[in-house]
Design a protein around this ligand. Sequence first.
Ligand code: NAD
Length: 251
Amino acid sequence: MSTFIPSRFAGVGVIVTGAGSGIGKATAVRLLDEGATVVAVDISSERLAQLPQTYGRQLVPVTADVATEFGIDLVMAAAGGKIDALVNNAGIMDGFLAPSEVDDATWDRVFAVNVKAPMRLTRAVLPMMIAAGAGSIVNVASEGGLRGSCAGVAYTSSKHALIGYTRSTAVFHRGQGIRCNAVAPGGVRTNVDGAFRSDLARQVLGPLLAATVPKLAEPEQIAATILFLLSDDASYINGAVVACDSGWSAV
Ligand code: NAD
């Protein structure tokens, strides 16, 4: 589908969250193939165990819940002293619950995983990047961060927040050689829980989605965009939100 660039990330240390499945897995595998050392983080040890075992010390699997402080500590301990790049990819859906339906538990968990975890992990890696005078961060947002019609209120709000967080980070730290960008995927063929827990969403969003959603992407198509944003080819791109959605956001 796309051409590997051998050694593009040779010697580069990258943390990828949600690396056991979907977009995170495709990103981790391609980074490994292109020479990076990858701290591959997932809450599911079973999923991490299914990553190819052919990369030796390049692959550092870490089972951790990034929504907890303890989980962030585990990741940073495994990362050691040198991290050049971070992909905040782990994210969860919200059952498409509407504002009139959303419960506190759903709201809090979605924000803990989709917003607070990227904030904490970014805060943890920034001192290393600042000391090095270089670093690249990619946050995996969503079409849901660009519009109000493709998820429930918690997910939509969380991905809008993640985009704001991306822009703020880009501005505050650009003078220190650090870039922070977001990718906004449309629909992607992964294990994400896309089940509707809302009849209202089915009625209101169903027709909008049916009319506008393009063919699903493969996770590797999103990974290719993430690697571009991480790479030096994107050296002048900072604070950008790159829609990777076959034109959905242009409709
Ligand atoms: P996925 O469910 O296939 O993979 C997500 C991985 O993250 C899973 O392996 C899961 O175990 C892990 N994870 C979840 N919570 C975690 C936690 N607290 N700590 C550590 N790991 C955790 O989903 P995906 O579609 O690949 O999603 C990746 C990202 O892409 C998410 O941020 C999602 O919001 C975003 N996204 C997905 C789509 C889509 O259509 N699939 C569209 C737009 C954006």
